[in-house]
Write a protein that binds this ligand. Sequence first.
Ligand code: ATP
Ligand code: MG
Length: 394
Amino acid sequence: IPKEFHEALPILQKIESAGYEAYFVGGSVRDTILQRPIHDVDIATSAYPSEVKSLFKRTVDTGIEHGTVMILDHGTGYEVTTFRTESGYQDYRRPDKVTFVRSLKEDLKRRDFTINALALSENGQITDLFGGLDDMKKRIIRAVGDPNERFNEDALRMMRAVRFASQLDFRIENATLAGIRRHSELLEKIAVERSHTEFVKMMLGVDAENGLNIMLETNLYQHVPVLGNYLPQLKAIVASKFQLTNEVQVWSLLSFKFGFSASQISTFLKKWKTANKIINDVILTTELLFSIARGEVSNSILYHAGAENVDNAVVITADSTKTSGLKERYNNLPIKNKKQLQITGGELIKRGVLKPSPQLGKVLDTLEHNVVAGTIPNQQEKLVKAAINFLNED
Ligand code: ATP
Ligand code: MG
């Protein structure tokens, strides 16, 4: 039993000693059985939220309308959720109504996949009502109950299935896969932010090529932003081998294979509601990927990309002969940012080279560019002389 469960045991025990049931549920149980690292420990209980709150000193109402209370314990937060059933789902996403119940079985029934519908009790007993353990052995993702109904209730589950297939290197069981194919267009009802999260997790999984291929085969790719227009390029990505480690790499790989310019990348990623900082890095990484592919990487492009995006481009470029020595070249750049330039605007003014003016910025940019290119050494006297030369040339 992992230490995360050990540390949370007193919480289970406290709820139980008050006469309620409490179990570990969800991803942490699945990942423990699969011997994968676990992140957050989720607890399900027959106690109602008000009852949970009355048992613990420090709680936060993180999602009390859905039955979730966070218990703070020695710096760790545990989400404790009351057993519940869901109903409504009129708009193919999230239930209109949740009903708290006292039965573990009802709670496990509403969960998405058999491997996610296991409960682990304080004494180490596993409740497995839908054959989740068997499916883990067979390495398959199977919907709890009728896949068609389950995807109709909440279309995000289709993306979750693909994400788990990629992360766990599992197959999606046939009826579940058929359900996805049949309901793929319902994905358009889901908030882009939610598909985004699952899509990125999928692309970072150990079997992302397979995950992406399932998106193509089930037509899911046609119901997320932009991807629908790029089938041949997506097929090429599926056929290639890649193992990505962050979100910037995910979007950069796609943007590179789609042949996107900076403004196309911006449009693409705004449709996916991607954070601006990520969009910026994707533009820099993709630009670097194009120059690697052309076999002409300038110091300037390495400099503007920055250390992290150089790493990103190296991870994405399958042919490592094309990127050998690239990071060393970056590390050997005379400067890594403008602050390292051995001259400032203030110094140029003090020395009477020029007065405060818009020209000052241009001169500094030119100096920066030349230092990066290696045509002027990063030494103050040399930089002052060069600045005077530029001004005379103008
Ligand atoms: P991760 O390791 O990525 O956190 P997880 O399985 O824990 O994976 P969560 O989103 O944290 O995923 O959800 C916790 C549990 O809640 C799931 O294991 C599943 O039982 C249930 N669940 C989550 N989302 C859904 C959904 N859309 N439909 C049905 N059950 C869900
Ligand atoms: Mg989780």
